[in-house]
Ligand binder design. Sequence first.
Ligand SMILES: [Zn+2]
Length: 658
Amino acid sequence: MATKQDYQALIARILEHDHAYHVLDEPTISDQAYDDLYQELKSIEEAHPDWIDPNSPTRRVGGAILGGFTPVRHQAPLLSLDNSYQAADLLAFEHRIEQAGLRPSFVLEYKIDGLSVALRYEQGELVQAATRGDGEVGEDVTANVRTIRSIPLRLRRPESLTVRAEVYLPLSTFHQLNDALEQSGGKLLANARNAAAGSLRQQDAAITASRRLSAFVFDVILSDRPFHDHIEKLHYLSELGFRVSPARVYESVSAIIEALPEIEAERIGLDFEIDGLVIKVNEEAIRQELGVRAKSPRWAMAYKFAAQKEQTILEGVEWTVGRTGAITPTAILKPVRVAGSVIARASLHNPDYIVAKDLRIGDHVIIEKAGEVIPQIDRVVTELRPADAKVITVPPTCPSCFEQTYQIPGEAVLRCVNGSCPAQLWKRLTHFVSRDGMKIEGLGEKIILSLMDQGYLRSIADIYDLKDHAKELTEMKGYGETSVNKLLQEIENSKQTPLDKFLYALGIDQLGRASARQLAEHFRTLSAIQQASVDEIQAIYGFGQVVANAIVDFFSSPSNQELIDRLQALGIPKDLASHQSASSLAGKTFVITGSFDVARRQLEEQLTSLGAKVSSAVSKKTDYVLVGDNPGSKRDKAQSLGITIIDMAQYLRLVEEA
Ligand SMILES: [Zn+2]
């Protein structure tokens, strides 16, 4: 009979073999012997389910199906890097550092085209893994990350720390998966990065396990331990059992630039996709001195490889109607692999673009793609133009409603101006109910389409009349009473949507999520926004004339006005409450010192709009001192008074939570 100690000892033994195999790449036992140990562990767990350790190697194959991913606020922001595309940018980066009187050495690492995650260990046990998300808040993917065999479930020493890793799909695995998909007639994975992202965000961790992802750890985010430099940090990580990112040290950036062609050539031999290199200051003390901007450190820079180009054939053009009536052409290409992705389509933006590029159907074209950037048609190879190449004609009628199309003089966009054009309504409805809008789950694209076909949805506001057709809905194909009730409940709940999400849901041209939120925070109520002039809207930071015009145009259209009236009659949306109750910063006193990337006036406005006060002198009544570059004596005073000192990143977090 195995004891609990035997069980734990067996886990330790198997984890040791995992480390040898997946991290060191030096297996210490045969596969058969490993399987025997693994089976033994499984049988102990079957006999004693109450002993099961969450970090047991058997957990690597996935377990219960998740019902979504829980958001995780990172303990410290996961910064992103500024990009550079040429040697001159790198020299400028070095120059800025030298101007500050600093002489660091530099670490060079591959910029792996994967997915960044934060891994939290307590007493040596993996307790949480979260995606980067927006750098502040990610998603909990612990169960999925446990299946990645190069990520240790237990460290070789019982230390507590949070590290940052890049999860990727090895290229060899990517090709194997695609071969298998091709044979089974499945849809091919476009590129390794998307495949890795898709694999990590599986509700069923068993699927993640089957994708055989891998990972490199490249940084410590939180630890009590001080480090002299980055290389020391990597050694430490390696000692703990992590598979660390390959790194090399250079005395200067010019030495790196000299080595660039050689390093770029290494790319071909790697089993992972890289889209560039990362150059970091090695010394920790110098990093501290250089500091960070709002979202990126001043001590590191990404160097992206030049775009890759491939030649293919333009086989056709597809025209589709968008939410705002814009009819956009898309190039249908003979599929070609560019920079690791299979490209079969590329946006042609508008009719003028087609004329400017002199495109004909049947043309040989050069496709350009750089990293994450959307592929573009670079140019036509006119020398290869076939005799039967066809001129691309602008459709005289809308592909959805067959009404005449218009191109407003001075505007490049081709439009369908039919207010009840089904394609536009469909896109608007889909956008309205989307996650970042009214968040009505259960109203997917296809269901919206069939509800439109049946005549239940002729306007956005009709969504709220669906309850009058509950009986008919229940009789629809693929629908039951339960799902209809659930949908109607979702629709009812969406009436509580706050102003900012509602504004985004309306699908006003040019108005993204962030600006919808700014607009809502500035005006507080829908009626104030409806009455606002172009000038008043432009007074908001970051709002130009184009977006201000689009907002005013939207609210002055009679059909939109009718829609808003119908929705308002239902109590939609919920206006923002007054400052005092809305913001946790109301009544707090801030002092701002030092210089920032944004104008100080904007910071003051933002704080005032949240109900906080901005004072010029530090006193005992001060709640926060926001410190930028080269802070003055106010910082010292705050320190001596024991007042909370925050940097820009912490400030942004406070404001976001306010
Ligand atoms: Zn139309």
